[in-house]
Design a protein around this ligand. Structure first.
Ligand SMILES: Cc1cc2nc3c(=O)[nH]c(=O)nc-3n(C[C@H](O)[C@H](O)[C@H](O)COP(=O)(O)OP(=O)(O)OC[C@H]3O[C@@H](n4cnc5c(N)ncnc54)[C@H](O)[C@@H]3O)c2cc1C
Length: 415
């Protein structure tokens, strides 16, 4: 069900940008907590976010206590929000953010403004497309990402190619493989630059069982073909070049937060995570804005983002009641070891006694992960980490941290 843009008010208590699992779970939690005036703004025809086009299970165990496919899960999240009186405005894009919670909206009716006491940004992630990967060759048809492939297959019931190669071996790359199977498409190869599959090691059994060649330590150098993809040129681990015949290329993973709105606006964006800078309440550099879900960092599962949305709602409600501490009273968190991809949140409120930091590494690394304030070790744990695995570090926050201090996250590597 879509709602007319005219149902949009000029002002509201809480506006949520993005109707994926994080935005919808926040909306539900706010409505349940008695916040009457919650508006979700969603640019697609239907709310539900990425799971709308993930036509496979498992979604929903944590949220609904049963295993659902992505589309069922998405429908259930949106229905639950509507039942609780949340206003979902689909086919409406937030085009700009202005200080203090002023949103510029755009839809078929034109542009208009919405002022919200608090705004929750929940715009998710996107995969790195071909252009940003600097792969040479022409611009033939048949080059896509997993998300676009899933939309074509599950939402438009179309088959864009018959024999593609899949670039990447993250979890989502196997989702691309399953999408191909569903549509009767037979991928010819999966290609990975790293020395092993990035997803769990047992995932490499799937291409083997399906007769799909898996090339690790291999780089996609060039896409061949002018009108349609006719093949790809690979650089193998031993330096040799090889051409693989295919009629499509799926660029999967290498997720980045969908942070264009924050970047174009006045909000601070973190160079490490690519998402907005937030404190442990999810507050952005302008405290009228909060952020949650995969926008914070790439990339977590739907269930994790759903849970983050619920927690963000708690903080948003406290903010609406004026019950959060002064946003200036916080301390920065900075990843200093080159193997650390990011540390989120980037600030911790000094009023709290503990903070939880989410981290990832960009290469395999073993050693002791440490949170340091000056020379003092506040928290430490052993890690044996691979890329794209979540790492959590709980940090106690002593009262005597100096005003100018930042917390440094470092790794003492085991060699
Ligand atoms: C291709 C792909 C496949 C994935 N497969 C899985 C999977 O199988 N299982 C899994 O657990 N996770 C998967 N993920 C991870 C996925 O990101 C999470 O499952 C979950 O969807 C994150 O929830 P979210 O609410 O943070 O973001 P999203 O689900 O991405 O929702 C963000 C919403 O914001 C909307 N939006 C963005 N910008 C604007 C704007 N300016 N104005 C209005 N609306 C806007 C988008 O249309 C979207 O509906 C996948 C991700 C991708 C990209």
């Amino acid at each position: 069900m879509t709602r007319a843009a005219s149902a949009l008010p000029d002002a509201c208590a809480a506006a949520i940008v993005g109707g994926g699992p994080a935005g919808l779970s926040a909306a539900v939690a706010l409505a349940r907590a008695g916040v009457a005036d919650v508006h979700v703004i969603e640019r697609e025809r239907e709310a539900g976010g990425i799971p709308r086009h993930c036509g496979h299970p498992p979604f929903g165990m944590r949220e609904f206590g049963r295993v659902l496919t992505g589309p069922r899960y998405a429908r259930r999240l949106a229905a639950q929000a509507r039942e609780l009186g949340v206003n979902i405005h689909t086919e409406t894009t937030v085009a700009a953010l202005a200080p203090g919670g002023l949103l510029e909206l755009s839809n078929d009716g034109g542009t208009r403004e919405l002022r919200a006491s608090r705004v929750l940004l929940a715009t998710g992630v996107r995969e790195t497309p071909r252009a940003a990967r600097l792969v040479s060759g022409g611009r033939p048809a048949g080059v896509t990402t997993t998300g676009a492939l899933q939309s074509t297959v599950y939402l438009a019931s179309m088959r864009p190619f018959d024999r593609p190669v899949i670039v990447g071996t993250e979890l989502v790359s196997f989702s691309a493989l399953l999408t191909c199977l569903h549509a009767g498409i037979a991928p010819v190869a999966m290609i990975e630059t790293a020395p092993r599959v990035v997803a769990w090691r047992f995932s490499s059994a799937l291409p083997r069982v399906l007769g799909v060649a898996l090339h690790v330590n291999t780089r996609l150098e060039r896409i061949l073909g002018q009108r349609r993809v006719e093949g790809v040129q690979l650089r193998l681990h031993d330096g040799a070049s090889r051409v693989v015949d295919c009629d499509g290329v799926v660029f999967s993973g290498r997720f980045v937060p969908e942070a264009s709105l924050a970047r174009l606006a006045h909000l601070a964006v973190d160079d490490f995570s690519g998402g907005p800078v937030v404190d442990n309440f999810g507050r952005c550099s302008d405290p009228a804005y909060h952020a949650t879900g995969n926008l914070l960092r790439a990339v977590e599962t739907a269930g994790w983002c759903w849970n983050e949305g619920r927690r963000a709602a708690g903080a948003l409600r406290a903010a609406l009641q004026g019950a959060l501490p002064d946003p200036g009273e916080s301390i920065g968190v900075v990843p200093v070891h080159p193997a650390l991809k990011y540390a989120v949140p980037q600030r911790l409120a000094r009023s709290e006694t503990r903070g939880r930091i989410q981290l990832r590494v960009n290469r395999a690394v073993r050693g002791r992960l440490r949170c340091l304030a000056g020379e003092r070790v506040l928290a430490e744990k052993r890690i044996d980490a691979l890329p794209e695995r979540r790492i959590l570090l709980d940090v106690p926050l002593p009262r005597d941290l100096r005003e100018e201090e930042s917390l440094r996250i470092d790794i003492a590597e085991a060699h």
